[in-house]
Ligand binder design. Structure first.
Ligand SMILES: [Zn+2]
Length: 79
């Protein structure tokens, strides 16, 4: 299953599940994709924010647990 974020021509965003990208294409051609807010069938896939961005923003690792102080890491003097 693929979750697509769709956008209508009035700039409403909504999400729809598809079993694959071909199902998206056939539903779009059949006019079965429409905006829940305004009923517009002129919908397109919206650009989704990359989900990896959040995962990459992990907290900085603590240095040397139990090592009795830190001298060399980016947080030297702060912990
Ligand atoms: Zn709409």
């Amino acid at each position: 299953m693929i979750l697509y974020t769709l956008r209508c021509s009035h700039d409403h965003h909504f999400e729809e599940w598809f079993s694959n990208s071909a199902e998206y294409d056939s539903k779009k051609e059949a006019g079965e994709l429409k905006c829940p807010e305004c009923g517009d069938v002129q919908v397109a896939k919206a650009i989704m924010a990359p989900k990896v961005a959040k995962a990459a923003a992990a907290p900085a690792p603590a240095c040397m647990p139990g090592g009795g102080g830190c001298g060399g890491c980016a947080f030297a003097g702060q912990h």
